[in-house]
Design a protein around this ligand. Structure first.
Ligand SMILES: [Zn+2]
Length: 446
């Protein structure tokens, strides 16, 4: 059976979703009904089908899950995903990343963005929060491609006023120009496509931004209601350099705090090495962290103590950090995140200090609802519940079975475990945002 392309529709399939109220809903024989505007009007057992419901497309034994939320990725870097293993962050940026970003003008963005959005959807990601390059026109191209594709996207023009690759602008003019360009992009794109597209003011990180830029960018985000995203505490070398550049700041988080950058619309990537003071300050301000475990191991940045952060009340979602991470898949982030938690214990960080160990259903929640909540979209997406918008993926569990013909896992925790530990690049067979099917999944014949 062909999965439906446009709403309204009803799908009969297995359902697995975290719930806003906590816990998980699992329906071995489930039904999802989506109305003409792309909203979920029913998610439950097929036996409880409302009397007036239209006929359902029967996609059993495939599984419907909420779409994954990738809280951190870099659009221009996608072509170098999987390259540069063994380098530290700052060397890797110089050698593999800045050359790509420097060349990411409007035409490069027009070439890459449509296939990039299809690749995100193919990996099961229906919401992506991404960094662009520094050029305004390339951001327009990225937004236009997202608008046409249908993915839910939050994008921002990278802002840098030192150590930048933006060589056409006199250093004295960079601050004014990057603020003006960001403001224009916010006006054009923040809230576009009925709120499906949003803008994130995006100073790269403290090393490439002066205190003025950090402060002005935070104030721009606050005055326009846009998000504010940057990197924090990723790598020891980076942390030392930030300490040298901002000698008055108490620590890395304090650099952003002094700029007015912390708050509920702020998403900070990494936060691998946060001190207790930094952690407490992020919790206190309602700031969010994008945990990118694949990238953190690829670049040998460190192993984040996720359990301890969650126990402290920090809001955390998952990010691919492509191309710091080689893969777009949030299921891969779950798997590697789990291994990081175990590796910390092996390395002797165990005990109460390291906090709780997440189980597969916890990881599934983090990759979907956790990310949605970090974006302030917890009431809109992140789970398959009545009243939410239908951001949904369809997975064929036979791709994650250890051998052909093995019966499907009946237990929901076992299914979640297979999906994260045996995730397969072709297992996502369809993805929808607001009930509209996205191109990308199932693109390759299998
Ligand atoms: Zn990053």
């Amino acid at each position: 059976m062909e999965p439906p392309r446009t709403p309204p529709f009803a799908i009969r399939a297995r359902l697995l979703t975290p719930l806003d109220a906590g816990g998980t809903r699992h329906e071995p024989d489930g039904l999802l009904i989506v109305d003409a505007s792309g909203g979920i009007t029913f998610a439950g057992p097929a036996a409880d089908r409302p009397e007036n419901a239209a006929a359902a497309t029967d996609l059993r034994p495939w599984v419907l899950l909420p779409g994954m939320v990738d809280l951190h990725a870099h659009l221009p870097q996608l072509p170098n995903a999987g390259l540069g293993a063994g380098l530290d962050l700052l060397t890797w940026l110089d050698r593999y990343i800045f050359p790509l970003e420097r060349a990411f003008d409007r035409s490069a963005a027009e070439r890459l963005a449509p296939s990039a959005w299809r690749a995100f959807a193919g990996a099961g990601t229906t919401t992506a929060m991404v960094y662009g390059a520094v050029y305004e026109a390339s951001l327009d191209a990225a937004f236009e491609a997202a608008e046409a594709h249908g993915i839910r996207a939050i994008i921002g023009k990278v802002m840098m006023d030192r150590g930048t690759y933006d060589l056409d602008i006199a250093p004295a003019d960079i601050l004014d120009q990057t603020l003006a360009e960001s403001a224009r992009l916010i006006e054009r794109w923040h809230g576009a496509a009925d709120g499906r597209l949003r803008y994130a003011v995006t100073p790269r990180f403290a090393i490439s931004c002066t205190a003025d830029l950090l402060r002005e960018s935070a104030s721009l985000a606050r005055s326009t209601g846009a998000y504010w995203q940057t990197h924090v505490s990723e790598d020891r070398g980076e942390i030392a350099e930030v300490g040298r550049l901002f000698p008055d700041a108490i620590d890395y988080v304090d650099v952003y705090d002094r700029a007015g950058g912390l708050g509920e619309w702020t998403v900070l990537a990494h936060g691998v090495h946060l001190s207790d003071r930094e952690l407490a300050r992020l919790v206190e301000t309602g700031s969010h962290v994008a945990h990118c475990p694949v990238s953190n191991l690829f670049l040998a940045s460190g192993m984040m103590p996720l359990g301890r952060y969650l126990d402290a009340g920090l809001s955390v979602g998952l990010g691919s950090d492509v191309a710091g991470g080689p893969e777009l898949s949030i299921f891969s982030a779950m798997r590697v995140g789990f291994y990081v938690q175990h590796a910390r214990r092996v390395a002797g960080f165990d005990g109460a200090d390291d906090g709780r160990l997440l189980e597969p259903l916890d990881w599934l929640r983090l990759g979907s609802l956790g990310g949605a909540q970090a974006l302030g979209l917890g009431a809109t997406i992140g789970s398959l519940e009545v009243g939410k918008e239908a951001d949904v993926i369809l997975v064929d569990p036979s791709f994650v079975a250890p051998s052909e013909g093995q019966p499907a896992d009946e237990d929901p925790a076992d299914l979640a475990s297979r999906l994260m530990f045996r995730s397969h690049p072709d297992m996502v067979r369809a993805a929808w945002v607001r009930g509209r099917r996205l191109e990308g999944p199932g693109a390759r014949p299998v």
